[in-house]
Design a protein around this ligand. Structure first.
Ligand code: AMP
Ligand code: MG
Length: 419
């Protein structure tokens, strides 16, 4: 079965800003779950974490040396005993005595400073202090690392290495976090074959499914289901239903344009609700945003570059929102283009580029021919240039806004454009 030939889309054309707003206002962070802190890396905290006690809980030596009563002058003190890390002396230090103490040892009563080994000489049970000591030298006060009841991690913070360490140090072994969104990835198209197969003329290998799976994982999602479906309404109905039932977000590729085998829009309208079906930008005008049951559906166009760019601009921020992140978008920078650029006459265009830091400014070179079928122009690219529509050529040296999608390197010796 196919849909009747249409020459005009029934869907209003949204701007990129309108479409982004529509998506983000419909999504909320996923309800929190509790996980062990060891499993929490990369997730976003859903509660504030406070330190239940002073860290350290007692005065501690910051160096290896001698705990003494600080005062000026060259001192000779009797060494009472040794305290290693974690120990506490049962003895009091006075003006005539010292305790040999290792980093992390609890300061004995009476002592108010530690003198480093390097500034001492010990002989026959006595230590000579060769440097001037002041009260507090090399002593860590209780609570210097964190005070009791101090908030050490705020809800909304992504958990990286320092945050995992902080959870461990305050003893928070279980924490509330937002789960990773479960994502289904569905490639559609009669002509699409598995990468292992040599495609007959007219067929293409399925690159979208695998590129999108990677993109979902890079964006913090978890691929719960993936598959391919031919352009057949009954089959699509079954497969889209299956994908949606397993996921918070379903991402499809292909089948959203105006062709007679572009079946997804009517199907999504039948199964749920379409919020928008067209966005004024290149590459990816037919991008479709819908809800089926409780699943958010993004219908991405089929051309490999279109599907990845629409993912980058619209789906990635959505996945980040669901994870509870507050920073949803890529950083934006101003770059100087290193060659003239022809803007699209009527649509904002995201051109793939390599941005690099040179002579104290950011410069960008587009990655060769920008055809939406040509995945080569995304390979090695670390930015998307936002080229506003217009009739005038942008001259070399013109400044444009760019989304930074990868690491920016110094100079020009880096993954050069596809050519
Ligand atoms: P469509 O949006 O379904 O009209 O697809 C447009 C074009 O994108 C097709 O003609 C294919 O060349 C290409 N395409 C569609 N799906 C895939 C896929 N999964 N992997 C690679 N290319 C695809
Ligand atoms: Mg298709």
């Amino acid at each position: 079965m196919s849909v009747p030939i249409q020459t005009r889309s029934p869907y209003p054309m949204l701007t990129v800003a309108e479409a982004t707003h529509e998506i983000l206002t419909r999504l909320q962070p996923l309800p929190p779950i509790e996980v062990g802190f060891r499993e929490a890396r990369g997730l976003v905290l859903a509660e504030d974490v406070v330190s239940p006690e002073d860290l350290p809980p007692a005065r501690r030596s910051a160096v290896d040396g001698y705990a003494i009563v600080a005062r000026p002058g060259r001192l000779k003190l009797r060494v009472l005993q040794e305290v290693t890390a974690g120990q506490r002396a049962a003895i009091r230090v006075d003006r005539d005595t010292a305790v040999r103490i290792m980093t992390g040892g609890v300061l004995p009563d009476g002592a108010d400073a530690v003198v480093m080994f390097e500034d001492t000489r010990e002989e026959n049970g006595y230590v000579e202090i060769l440097a001037v000591s002041r009260i507090g030298d090399h002593v860590q006060a209780p609570g210097v690392d964190a005070k009791r009841d101090q908030m050490v991690l705020r809800a909304g913070r992504p958990l990286g290495s320092a945050e995992i360490g902080m959870l461990a140090s305050v003893g928070r072994t279980r924490v509330a976090v937002h789960p990773r969104p479960r994502v289904a990835v569905l490639a559609t198209g009669d002509e699409v074959v598995e990468p292992e197969i040599a495609p007959p003329v007219g067929y293409v290998r399925d690159s979208n499914r695998y590129a999108l799976i990677a993109a979902v994982e890079e964006a913090g999602g978890e691929v719960a289901w993936s598959g391919h479906c031919v352009d057949d309404v009954a089959e699509l109905r079954r497969v889209v239903g299956e994908a949606a039932s397993q996921a918070d977000v379903a991402i499809t590729s292909g089948g959203v344009s105006m062709g007679t085998r572009d079946l997804l829009k009517p199907l999504l309208a039948e199964l749920g609700e379409i919020h928008f079906g067209r966005v004024s930008f290149k590459p990816g005008k037919p991008l479709t945003f819908a809800t089926v049951g409780t699943t958010t559906v993004f219908g991405l166009p089929g051309f490999p570059v279109s599907s990845l760019v629409t993912f980058e601009v619209f789906v990635r921020p959505a996945l980040r929102r669901l994870q509870g992140l507050t920073r949803l978008h890529r950083p934006r920078v101003t770059v100087e283009i290193e060659h003239p650029i022809h803007p699209s006459r009527n649509r904002l265009e995201y051109q793939r580029a390599v941005i690099h830091w040179q002579y104290g400014r950011l410069a960008a070179t587009a990655t060769g021919r920008q055809a939406s079928s040509r995945l080569m122009n995304m390979v090695g690219s670390n930015g998307l240039l936002e080229i506003p529509s217009g009739g005038e050529i942008l001259p070399m040296g013109a400044r444009v806004t760019a989304l930074v999608t990868g690491e920016i390197l110094d100079g020009v010796e880096q993954g050069s454009p596809g050519g």
